[in-house]
Design a protein around this ligand. Structure first.
Ligand SMILES: Cc1cc2nc3c(=O)[nH]c(=O)nc-3n(C[C@H](O)[C@H](O)[C@H](O)COP(=O)(O)O)c2cc1C
Length: 412
């Protein structure tokens, strides 16, 4: 006997996850330019990087006319450094209200219905859906009861989702979804999925690995059909994630296992044109993707450190130019190295607005080199050489280039 599937009405202005291949939530790799690029190449929806509810609460929302983005910023809270008279605000979240309209899912890291609702309300008007991360296995997430820890506290997870459905999803007419991992047995997963589907959510993504599994281990698909069946019965859209290399494969796997769509992470991090089907031209050469990425990053004035990190993901490590790009210290330099001559003027403006002063840096280094040579010619010692060299580099470390300070604050 086949049961008639329940139909959960898709919210009026909400999101339909069905039939889509989407960009996965990725800390660092899922910032605005990466999402815009994924959309350009055909992603049906894009998930933002997990943002912890407590870091959103207390942010100020502003429209940024220079980038046409909506920025959520806050003053650093518990800095141990002495307070400077001009405190620089941290950018917690940036979205593009037109280019991401109806396509952006805000993923939240949370362990409480109250703070989840409070944080979700801040972005609800500007996104198509809110997703709860119940899959991150990292201790900094699980130790706070968030991420994969929620798989062990299903009542709490269900109460978070139910609160979001009632107080955010229904009020703002947006989708509420959850991203989970597999549990150790099919029975345990089944019980969990049934419970979550009863909270009123409209979407569920399953990362086809268990919590202890490492990213290099092959995803397992044995439980997928069962999960898809429950979701269909309950009228919840089901997306599959884990080891999906491109849109064609996602659509083929969706058909094979009866899920509604697929989610791609690492393959999109390496080449966002994986969202083009073969019919649409398939994977593009890295140079083309990198050019488009730099252009997009400049348009939205992406943090330089994040752009540089993403470039290192998008370029083949063996290419000679890879080493030269990783040595760049500004947008301007990167445009010159990649021979993107038509972007150099914009790059100069963006460097200036973001206070990236690699030019000064280079002059300082040249001066240091000159001084070293003079000192050596005059019988100078190595100690002096080192101290000049260190001094000439200090502005770099102040800016935190290439360090963890480039990571979005409070996200995991
Ligand atoms: C750099 C990186 C950051 C990630 N950040 C998140 C995150 O913020 N939230 C989340 O739910 N999963 C996160 N993940 C996990 C992915 O969303 C995805 O579940 C996992 O990589 C498996 O998909 P794949 O096989 O396509 O890579 C991240 C993965 C990577 C590689």
């Amino acid at each position: 006997m086949t049961s008639t599937p329940k139909r959960v009405p898709i919210p009026k202005n909400g999101v339909d996850y069905r039939g889509k291949v989407v960009l996965a939530p990725m800390v660092r790799s899922g910032e605005l330019p990466s999402r815009l690029l994924a959309l350009k190449y055909g992603a049906g929806l894009v998930w933002g990087p997990e943002t912890v509810d407590k870091s959103m609460i207390g942010t100020t929302k502003r429209f940024n006319p220079a980038t046409s983005t909506i920025d959520f910023t806050r003053l650093p809270s518990n800095s141990s450094r002495p307070q400077s008279p001009v405190q620089k605000e941290s950018l917690i979240y940036r979205l593009h209200p037109t280019r991401e309209h109806g396509k952006l899912i805000f993923q939240i890291g949370t362990a409480s219905p109250e703070t989840a609702v409070e944080a979700a309300k801040l972005v609800a008007e500007d996104v198509a859906g809110i997703d709860v991360n119940a899959g991150c296995p990292k201790p900094f997430s699980t130790s706070g009861g968030m991420g994969a820890a929620l798989l062990q506290t299903p009542d709490l997870l269900a109460s978070i989702l139910a609160a979001l459905v009632k107080e955010v999803g229904e009020v703002y007419e947006i989708g509420i979804s959850v991203k989970i991992r597999l549990l150790e047995t099919a029975e345990k997963t089944e019980t969990l999925v049934r419970k979550l589907c009863n909270t009123g959510i409209t979407g569920l993504t399953v990362h086809c690995r268990t919590t202890p599994m490492r990213p290099k281990e092959r995803a397992i698909r044995e439980q997928l059909r069962m999960i898809a069946d429950i979701c269909r019965e309950e009228g919840v859209a089901c997306l599959m994630n884990g080891d999906v290399k491109d849109k064609d494969e996602a659509l083929q796997l969706a058909q094979e296992y009866g899920v509604d769509g697929g989610m791609i992470a690492t393959a999109a991090e390496a080449n966002s044109s994986c969202f083009r089907t073969k019919e649409e031209g398939g994977l593009l050469p890295w140079r083309e993707v990198v050019t488009e990425y730099v252009k997009t990053a400049l348009e939205v004035e992406n943090k330089w450190g994040n752009t540089k990190f993403l470039l290192s993901q998008l370029m083949p490590g063996k290419a000679e130019i890879f080493r030269r790009v990783t040595a760049c210290m500004s947008y301007c330099q990167v445009c010159e190295v990649l021979e993107l001559h038509d972007m150099v003027d914009l790059a100069k403006d963006v460097d200036e607005r973001l206070s990236i002063n690699a030019l000064k840096e280079t002059k300082a280094m040249k001066k240091a080199k000159y001084q070293n040579k003079s000192a050596q010619a005059a019988g100078g010692n190595m100690g002096k050489e080192r101290s000049i060299d260190k001094e000439s580099r200090s502005p770099l470390s102040e800016r935190g280039v290439g360090t963890r300070s480039e990571m979005p604050a409070m996200t995991v």
